[in-house]
Design a binder for this molecule. Structure first.
Ligand code: NAD
Length: 287
């Protein structure tokens, strides 16, 4: 029997774990939204593995949030859970105040919370449009605004990183790839692109670094139907030159690196982490 390829993954087989992270973020305080599931959970655990204390935001399922915090504490850091609907201004403000009250400071925000509510344009309701825009785009605005205010308040007092604060916006390949049947989701991610760039431009003189990660297809509940069966997985592979679905850890470890001082000169960038999905794979055989 031949050994499986290093990046082998399939509907039932996750790719092997990535190498452990060095302690890039010791002493830093990080808040991750939507961190009791999927990508957010992996980001929170990667930041903890790299030495940061973490706040695990959730809106429902506190048990899952507590489980993430418990695993994070296994890396020797402090971790606490914070309930807030990121689309609710008062709840977001309260969450940031509680976080700073508990940890004394904020150094990193990963604005990750997001959802889909798919429909063709003939059937998409205004409620579906508003819900996705409120959580995915307005939620990131509210959290980024609160984080920036805190970073500015702290000024140069922190001394744990070259930047005075770092924000990662969880975008998507759909900030550049149009997506029929998902006009609300694609619009929210396109909005995140220019929100992130505009904020990065505005806040760079304060030495606040703001960037995005644009995941491709990552194995999480949000896109379960796209990978759960062999037929769906095989169909998905037509869009991914690297030949496997992404695992949440693929995004978590990149997020930890992106907020580290190795990336101190990365400002206003979107890093696509997508196995080549944005390479227009349909043109690989001459279009
Ligand atoms: P997921 O469903 O596993 O996680 C989404 C998280 O957001 C959950 O914890 C959920 O409770 C939380 N959330 C939803 N509404 C919220 C609200 N109002 N307030 C606070 N939290 C809320 O899905 P995921 O794949 O981990 O998605 C995380 C992010 O990654 C999203 O922004 C998504 O758009 C983005 N993304 C995912 C993929 C993918 O293939 N999985 C690809 C590109 C981008």
């Amino acid at each position: 029997m031949t050994e499986p390829a290093a990046n082998q993954a399939g509907p039932q087989t996750a790719a092997p774990p990535l190498p452990p992270l060095p302690k890039l973020l010791v002493g830093q305080k990080a808040l991750v939204t939507g961190a009791n599931s999927g990508i957010g959970k992996a980001v929170a655990l990667a930041l903890a593995e790299a030495g940061a204390d973490v706040g695990v935001n959730y809106v429902v399922n506190p048990d899952e949030a507590e489980a993430v915090a418990k695993t994070a504490r296994g890396f020797g850091v402090d971790a606490r859970i914070y309930q807030a609907d990121v689309s609710n201004e008062a709840e977001v403000e309260k969450m940031f105040a509680s976080f700073v009250g508990d940890f004394g400071a904020l150094d990193i925000l990963v604005a990750n919370a997001g959802l889909q509510s798919d429909a063709s344009i003939a059937t998409m309701t205004l409620a579906q449009w508003n819900k996705v825009l409120s959580v995915n785009l307005t939620g990131q605005f509210l959290c980024a605004r609160a984080a920036i205010a805190q970073f500015r308040k702290q000024g140069d007092s922190r001394r744990v990183s070259r930047a005075r604060g770092k924000i990662v916006c969880m975008s998507s390949v759909h900030q550049m790839i149009p997506w029929a049947g998902h006009v609300n989701y694609a619009s929210s991610k396109g909005g995140i692109m220019l929100m992130m760039q505009s904020l990065a431009q505005e806040c760079a003189p304060d030495r606040i670094r703001i960037n995005s990660i644009g995941p491709g297809a990552i194995r999480t509940p949000i896109n379960h139907d796209a990978w759960a069966t062999q037929a769906a997985y095989d169909n998905l592979m037509k869009l991914i030159p690297y030949g496997r679905i992404g695992e949440p850890e693929d995004i978590g470890k990149v997020a930890a690196w992106l907020v580290s001082d190795y990336c101190d000169y990365i400002v206003g960038a979107t890093l696509f982490v997508d196995g080549g999905m944005t390479l227009f794979p349909g043109f690989a055989t001459n279009g």
